[in-house]
Design a protein around this ligand. Structure first.
Ligand code: SAH
Length: 379
């Protein structure tokens, strides 16, 4: 007879995803292993399989006693993400994956391989409650928050595919799968990550904890993107994990931002830009200002000037970088991307005022896998 699991490992509340190894801290993992009568170092062995070897099949954990394997696999490595569909483009270097969660919720992740890096765009919520009118995810509302492990599993899955050589396009062997690692994780998939703060921070910790207890990624390779939940931005700056913060600004004035990013009526342009500036001060990390270019809506020359002014007010340019994103089409949207000449003029005006600015190279538009297009539908 095995002893009962300690309290923290009891079945989760109804509706919550099952608890998983990637939800636990290293101390909790040791505790669970000891609770079934084994030595604590077994936890580290399992972590090495999961985070380093990317092996979730217990048959491969040959250095663990069979009864530990069977028990832990059943109790703490349940399958959280069920593959529904995979879509590829860009010569198979961009891969969008549609996942079904334990309760039937659907989410998507997008893997993008570049010659020198691999970026994984992860979802943090099923749906999104922020209701931005230009974003496909926002149209369906929020279904639920994702758990830490549901977020981590998206990254582990991408890392596993890379390690198995299933993703072509690496520098070493552009023609075939060439291994490689996930170098960047961006919380730019479905959901508002700072509205699911605890699970997202938990996931960031699992990603950045050195192997074998975590994936050992650099915090600098992780970007958390937000509509601007000011208290959470402030909290994030105190965590001691210097992730890159991206702020989806999209308008430099409250009148327009109230419409484009409805949460602006709660925290306005001044407040979110202040919070972004404070984040840069606290972490010494340059903040990204995300700005979609929508034809004749927010792409006028005067708005470029106003954007420069709003950012300049907070000090020198070293703290910020503006990322312009041509609007991606979404079903039913009345808006389209800016004309080329308006985009060029917008860039020119920012650059002329010394604002660091780039236009984002968008991937995955033709498979509805680009920014703002993730709707997680099955057709
Ligand atoms: N909720 C967070 C995380 C999602 S990130 C946030 O809004 O920041 C997704 C990024 O893509 C955001 O900057 C978002 O504003 C942008 N985006 C949304 N819809 C888009 C669209 N149709 N075209 C281009 N970018 C879009």
């Amino acid at each position: 007879m095995k002893p009962a699991l300690p309290l923290v490992f009891e079945a989760p509340r109804r509706g919550q995803p099952p608890r998983h190894w990637a939800d636990l801290t290293p101390a909790e993992r040791r505790e669970v292993v000891e609770s079934i009568g084994h030595r604590a170092f077994r936890a580290r062995q399992l972590s090495a399989h999961y985070f380093e070897g990317l092996r979730s099949d217990p048959a491969e954990w040959t250095d663990l006693p069979a009864d530990v394997r069977a028990y832990l696999a059943k109790a703490l490595l349940p399958r959280l993400l069920h593959l529904v569909k995979e879509t590829r483009c860009d010569d198979d270097t961009t891969i969008k994956t549609l996942w079904k969660l334990h309760d039937g919720s659907l989410v998507e992740s997008v893997l993008m391989r570049y010659p020198d890096r691999v970026t994984l765009c992860v979802s943090s919520q099923a749906g999104c409650g922020m209701a931005c009118p230009f974003c496909a995810t926002g149209q369906g509302g929020l279904q639920r928050n994702m758990s830490t492990a549901e977020i981590v599993e998206q990254v582990v899955d991408g890392a596993r595919r890379l390690s198995r050589g299933e993703v072509p396009g690496g520098r070493a062997d552009p023609a075939g799968g060439s291994g490689g690692r996930v170098s960047n994780v961006v919380f730019m998939g479905m959901g508002e990550p700072l509205a699911n703060y605890k699970a997202v921070i938990g996931a960031v910790r699992q990603l950045t904890t050195p192997a074998p207890d975590g994936l050992g990624m650099s915090a600098r390779g992780i970007t958390v993107s937000t509509v601007g939940l000011v208290p959470r931005m402030q909290q994030l700056s105190t965590e001691g994990i210097p992730v890159t913060l991206a702020l989806s600004l999209h308008a430099p004035d409250d009148e327009l931002r109230d419409e484009l990013v409805p949460i602006n009526t709660r925290w306005n342009v001044d407040e979110v830009v202040d919070a972004a500036w404070e984040y840069a001060q606290a972490t010494k990390r340059r903040v990204s200002i995300e700005y979609i270019l929508i034809r004749d809506i927010n792409d006028q020359a005067f708005r470029a000037d106003l954007l420069a002014k709003v950012l300049k007010r907070r000090g020198n340019w070293g703290w910020v970088h503006v990322n312009l994103i041509p609007l991606n089409p979404t079903p039913g949207s009345k808006w389209t991307a800016s004309r080329r000449r308006d985009e060029d003029e917008f860039v020119r005006r920012l650059a002329a005022r010394g604002v660091p600015v780039t236009v984002r190279d968008t991937r995955g538009r033709e498979i509805d896998g680009a920014c703002g297009q993730l709707a997680a539908t099955q057709n």
